[in-house]
Design a protein around this ligand. Structure first.
Ligand code: ZN
Ligand code: ZN
Length: 383
């Protein structure tokens, strides 16, 4: 006779009603109330602009503050900037800095580990997007802030944690109410700057945990599910270059090319130009170039290994040889560049020597680029 199944084996953790209600109510009001009000009364341009500014304030506080400053310590920021990030984070209703960063550091440490990563993308879209916050999946960790001891010492972080709920209520009701009175459309502002802004801001951040681990490319490594995706970068204030971010988490940038959309990086850089941010951490260009080449080598070898060709070993050896030459040429260029920069910094450069080194640098760069071109031609056959 078969045993009846014990319920406890299949029981899911308890629902966190507060979270569920906050997400459900705000979403329902935004989804129904905003279109209804738009048709019945319309929204003024001032209010729409205010909502966009409020959304940007929330998101940049999360991306530049919670994420790149506090979770990863990718730069340092002036107290005034940190104060605004702390307020914006509460306005975004994404938990306190301390809690958010603790979760996020665990995410990086145990990425894709279904038992440890708080929003592991391997548990599917729904779970990593929002499901992880709806049940007591990681209740044992909730008050363990051992991995953010450095942040605990910061006054602004401690105060924000202590008065988090007060700040959430003050910002989320106060800011929309003041703007509503200012622009003479109280309920319009509550709907647009209050509810819609909050819901959009929530899902923008959630996309980084869900879709940015599912949809896109992996130019730097495929050791985890993180992806680079320009569309997501556009929606998430630059955080969509998530493959780069997981490969080099301490870099203040997520996008490394000037034409890639990363307003969070632009904000941090601008703050540094006016003296409000400092020590912006950047991974060296050679490390990035090496990571890209290593990933290309790996992919090319994987493809060749899948092909049914008689001279497979020969092809593999040839790819490896081309790769080794590429790395060597890359190294030659960056070594000399480093020497040149060091000397320039120390002011040891004679103008004759300078022009000589400059000339050699140009040659090494050309050598590297030639090899890069032939490398691309080779791996293209196996892409
Ligand atoms: Zn991630
Ligand atoms: Zn991160």
């Amino acid at each position: 006779m078969s045993q009846p199944e014990t319920r406890s084996n299949h029981e899911k953790p308890a629902i966190i009603w507060l979270n569920l209600l906050v997400f459900a109510i705000t979403f329902t009001i935004a989804a129904i109330g905003v279109p209804w009000y738009a048709i019945a009364h319309g929204f003024s341009i001032e209010l729409i602009v205010s909502a966009v500014i409020a959304l940007s304030f929330c998101e940049l506080s999360i991306t530049a503050g919670y994420h790149r400053l506090w979770s990863h310590k990718a730069y340092q920021a002036n107290a005034v900037v940190r104060f605004f990030y702390a307020i914006g984070g509460a306005f975004a209703v994404q938990n306190s800095i301390l809690h958010w960063c603790s979760d996020h550091r665990v995410h990086h440490q145990f990425v894709d580990n279904n038992d440890k990563d708080p929003y592991s993308a391997k548990r599917g879209f729904w779970y990593s997007h929002i499901g992880w916050m709806l049940r007591e999946y990681q209740a044992h960790r909730y008050t363990n802030y051992d991995n953010v001891k450095d942040l605990k010492k910061q006054k602004i972080v401690g105060l924000q944690h202590k008065y988090y709920l007060t700040l959430v209520l003050l910002t989320n009701f106060g800011i929309p109410a003041i703007l509503g009175l200012w622009f003479n459309d109280f309920w319009g502002s509550i709907l647009l700057v209050g509810f819609l802004r909050l819901v959009v801001s929530h899902h923008i951040t959630f996309l980084i945990n869900s879709l940015a681990h599912m949809w896109g490319t992996q130019p730097y490594n495929d050791k985890n599910t993180a992806k680079d995706n320009p569309i997501l970068a556009f929606l998430t204030f630059g955080e969509g270059y998530h493959n780069f971010h997981h490969a080099f988490q301490y870099d203040y940038r997520n996008a490394i090319k000037w034409w890639q959309f990363d307003p969070t990086k632009w904000l941090i850089k601008s703050l540094s130009l006016v003296g409000l941010a400092s020590n912006l951490k950047k991974i060296s260009d050679i490390k990035i170039a090496q990571a890209i080449a290593a990933q290309q080598l790996l992919k090319a070898k994987e493809k060749v290994n899948m092909l049914n060709i008689p001279d497979r070993e020969k092809v593999l050896a040839l790819i490896q040889k081309e790769y080794d030459i590429l790395i060597q040429k890359m190294d030659d260029f960056y070594q000399l560049k480093k020497e040149w920069l060091d000397k320039t910094k120390a002011g040891l450069q004679q103008s004759v020597e300078k022009s000589q080194i400059n000339k050699t640098l140009q040659e090494l760069k050309a050598n590297w680029e030639n090899q890069q071109a032939s490398w691309h031609l080779m791996i293209k056959q196996y892409a």
